[in-house]
Ligand binder design. Structure first.
Ligand code: SF4
Length: 199
């Protein structure tokens, strides 16, 4: 089992609820059991997609996700007004800071405000030792992979190596958010998962 003990302690010290799971399936089983008869928004996340939670939670909740519903812009707005929100992050520092880069901003906006509770599903591959390394990961690993996944003709996607801080009209990185600790007035629970998940 991956050693999450230091980051788990640091996140708890910051005020997050934290749970550790060996598999994404176990984390999804937990969320499917505690999120019931409510409204759920989902941010762009390969981890959440892989979890099957859109389908599972949709059986007993009202779920909104712009990756699965059209028009996507309308779904983005509706997802901002849900009771619960599910997302991942682009990087997590062992010291407890979470870093995310966004294009439209809906995902990072929901991390900051508007929901009763946000759940973060985070695979072991997102973990870095320091905040600076977490920022580096978000910019040079997660974002280029996302640009590539979206078929963008950005230098990071073409060369598949690093961020070029490009001026491309197809740039996917428009804002970066660091969560130092849970936002005031919003519950936040982090599920650390011993699998490589998402970008
Ligand atoms: S800023 Fe441009 S080069 Fe850097 S990761 Fe984003 S899209 Fe790629």
């Amino acid at each position: 089992m991956f050693d999450f003990s230091i980051v788990e302690k640091n996140l708890k010290d910051k005020g997050y609820e934290v749970k550790v799971y060996e598999t994404l399936k176990e984390a999804a089983d937990y969320l499917d059991s505690v999120i019931d008869q409510t409204t759920v928004g989902i941010g762009g996340s390969g981890t959440v997609k892989e979890s099957g939670l859109y389908e599972r939670l949709g059986a007993h909740n009202e779920v909104v996700w712009h990756w699965m519903q059209q028009p996507a812009d309308d779904a983005r707005v509706r997802a901002m007004n849900t009771d619960v929100y599910l997302t991942s992050v682009n990087a997590l520092a062992e010291t407890g800071e979470m870093v995310s880069i966004d294009g439209c901003g809906n995902r990072v906006a929901s991390m900051l405000f508007g929901h009763r509770k946000v759940y973060y599903l985070i695979g072991r591959n997102k973990l870095e030792k320091t905040y600076d390394e977490a920022v580096w990961r978000a910019r040079n690993i997660a974002s280029p992979k996302r640009a590539q996944q979206m078929g963008r003709k950005t230098p990071c996607a073409v060369n598949a190596d690093k961020c070029y801080d490009c001026k491309s009209p197809e740039r996917v990185c428009h804002g970066m958010v660091t969560l130092w600790e849970p936002m005031m007035g919003m519950e936040a629970e982090i599920l650390l998962i011993d699998e490589d998940l998402g970008l």
